[in-house]
Design a protein around this ligand. Structure first.
Ligand code: KPL
Length: 304
């Protein structure tokens, strides 16, 4: 399968590197800079959780025209760049499908609005990834991946995509309710990302520490109430699922912590911000989500 991974940050590089190592024909599409240059010159190194490493040589591109003959575009750009990424793809796709593995609410919807006839798949992943240096990504915690049809794909194609991701080590399953999967992942991120980013702790600090446990549980529980008010039947054990992700990615720095640490914009608006806004619409009490959102906005110097 010819796979274009759009977004060459930590998650995009991990997905691209693992798919390339599993024999897929991968192009990493990203912004020009040291990382893509190093990948083009010396290959992409993936450091595995067991201490081993793999070097592959995916093609690299900075022009979205590279997506023209893709069977699958895996969108891994930050949620605040989804509209731009979708517009960049529109006009180049000649068929094939687009899969979002991004954090946050609204990504599949934004892609479906722009990509015309291409099929759209909505997915989630709880694998941890860190860009260690230009050309080097660390697989910083095993997780699970879900893939489901959002618009237009056949069951056989969704299954083929999940199989390719599983063969690459991303442990993917097919879901017939991608909305539920995306909301569940948003609640996991609501429980982990802001607290770890603000307290500057690894994900594992939220389990086995009283304050960490309390923050995780309150943020997720408020998010569950918001999901239910939206009519999304998230699993009853999502607090426990969030603890399990924090345990499995214990040494990882959440993506929000990585963003704040390097002074970059975070995905707070697609996570805690989106949940707090929907809580307000539904009259659901969500003081912890609202406070976490405001603290992250303050920390990133962006008081919306
Ligand atoms: O999705 C993640 C993130 O950091 O954004 C988790 C699964 C929490 C891994 O750190």
């Amino acid at each position: 399968m010819h796979v274009v991974v759009q977004g060459s940050g930590s998650l995009g590089s991990l997905v691209g590197g693992l798919l390339a190592a599993a024999g897929e024909d991968v192009t990493l599409l990203g912004r020009p800079g040291d990382h893509l240059e190093r990948v083009a010159a010396e290959g992409l190194v993936v450091e595995h959780p067991d201490g081993g490493e793999t070097t592959t040589r995916p093609a690299t591109a900075t022009d979205p025209a590279a997506a023209a003959d893709a069977d699958l575009v895996v969108v891994c750009v930050k949620s605040y760049d989804t509209d731009t990424a979708a517009e960049a793809l529109a006009g180049h796709l000649t068929g094939g499908a687009v899969l979002t593995l991004q954090n946050g609410l609204g990504n599949a919807e934004a892609l479906a609005e722009s990509v015309g006839d291409a099929a759209v798949l909505a997915g989630t992943t709880t694998h941890g990834a860190v860009l260690e240096a230009p050309g080097v990504v660390r697989h910083a915690g095993e997780g699970e991946t879900t893939v489901g049809r959002y618009a237009g794909a056949t069951d056989a194609f969704v299954r083929r995509v999940a199989d390719a991701l599983s063969a690459a080590g991303l442990d993917a399953s097919v879901t017939d309710d991608p909305e539920r999967a995306v909301w569940t992942k948003v609640l996991v991120n609501a429980g982990i990302n802001a607290a770890t980013a603000l307290a500057r702790v690894p994900n594992g600090a939220l389990v086995g520490d009283e304050a960490g446990e309390r923050l995780l549980e309150r943020a997720v529980t408020e998010g569950v109430a918001v999901a239910r008010a939206e009519g999304v039947d998230v699993p009853g054990d999502v607090v426990e699922q969030t603890r399990s992700v924090a345990r499995r990615t214990a040494s990882n720095h959440s993506s929000m912590r990585q963003d704040l640490d390097r002074g970059s914009r975070t995905e707070v608006e697609a996570l805690h911000g989106a949940l707090a806004a929907r809580a307000r619409e539904h009259g659901v009490d969500a003081p912890v989500l609202r406070t976490l959102a405001d603290l992250v906005r303050l920390a990133e110097g962006n008081e919306n």
